[in-house]
Design a protein around this ligand. Structure first.
Ligand SMILES: [Fe+2]
Ligand SMILES: [Fe+2]
Length: 252
């Protein structure tokens, strides 16, 4: 049975929450969602920043510089929304310490701290920008919390560009590195990318959907991503790795 949505898109703002006009549990759920979103954007920004330290390909540098600047801006937008609700960036990040160790944060954490080389950079973009586009487009654009919906709209425009980068360069990567190397890279990254959507049917997501903070379950979005990427792999003669059925997904 579909979950009944209690608040319509863009129906609430910071004032309503700060004045206590809404159930305090709504605010609690929203703060957790925003803190996770901000952290994902921040780690993605750090990943692109790190890539600039070693990247010498003159064709890629301007794109990575642009992505870095935009991801930094995305993080800022969400941290500003948190600030408006009385939560500092520090406090928001502190609330994420445990979550950062979860499989759902493996992709952004790996990109921010360990990814190396152009193939990894491309895989990170496929794992973070393509997934981000789905999550933000499907879930946050219609958020009942108006400031999150507005930020999502701005982010979406730019994520669409990052997505073009990821898909175009997947084809280039096949030409430059060969099918086998790209297949190996996909096997390393795709489990992480799919786990980025988070566990299916969680109590937290139930609350998010009920409050109108998300529209779809993580599983639906993960399925959408797998379908999209499988099609792209087919077109390029690549092998989409098979994954285990339950979260956290691993290679099957
Ligand atoms: Fe972003
Ligand atoms: Fe992005």
């Amino acid at each position: 049975m579909p979950i009944r949505r209690e608040f319509s898109p863009r129906s609430l703002n910071a004032e309503a929450l700060n004045e206590g006009r809404v159930d305090s549990h709504y605010t609690k759920v929203l703060l957790r969602l925003l803190a996770a979103h901000a952290m994902a954007e921040k780690l993605t920004a750090i990943g692109y920043q790190r890539a600039l330290e070693w990247l010498d390909n003159p064709d890629l540098r301007p794109i990575v510089e642009k992505n870095f600047a935009e991801e930094k801006k995305h993080a800022r937008l969400i941290y500003d929304a948190l600030e408006e609700l009385g939560v500092s960036q520090q406090a928001a990040d502190r609330s994420m310490v445990m979550v950062l160790k979860a499989p759902s944060f493996d992709a952004p954490s790996y990109f921010a701290s360990k990814a190396e080389g152009e193939l990894d950079l491309l895989m990170a973009s496929l794992s973070l920008d393509t997934t981000g586009l789905i999550m933000i487009g499907e879930n946050y654009k219609e958020s009942s919390y108006a400031p999150h919906a507005r930020a999502a709209e701005i982010i979406l425009d730019e994520e669409a560009d990052h997505e073009i980068f990821a898909s175009r360069h997947l084809a280039d990567a096949v030409d430059r590195f060969g099918v086998q190397s790209v297949n190996t890279a996909l096997r390393r990254w795709i489990p992480r990318a799919v786990n980025f959507f988070g566990p299916p049917g969680s109590g937290f997501t139930y609350d998010c959907i009920r409050y109108g903070l998300k529209s779809r379950d993580n599983q639906e979005l993960a399925d959408l991503y797998v379908t999209m990427l499988s099609r792209r792999c087919d077109q390029l003669g690549l092998e989409m790795p098979a994954l285990t059925a339950s979260y956290p997904h691993a290679l099957a």
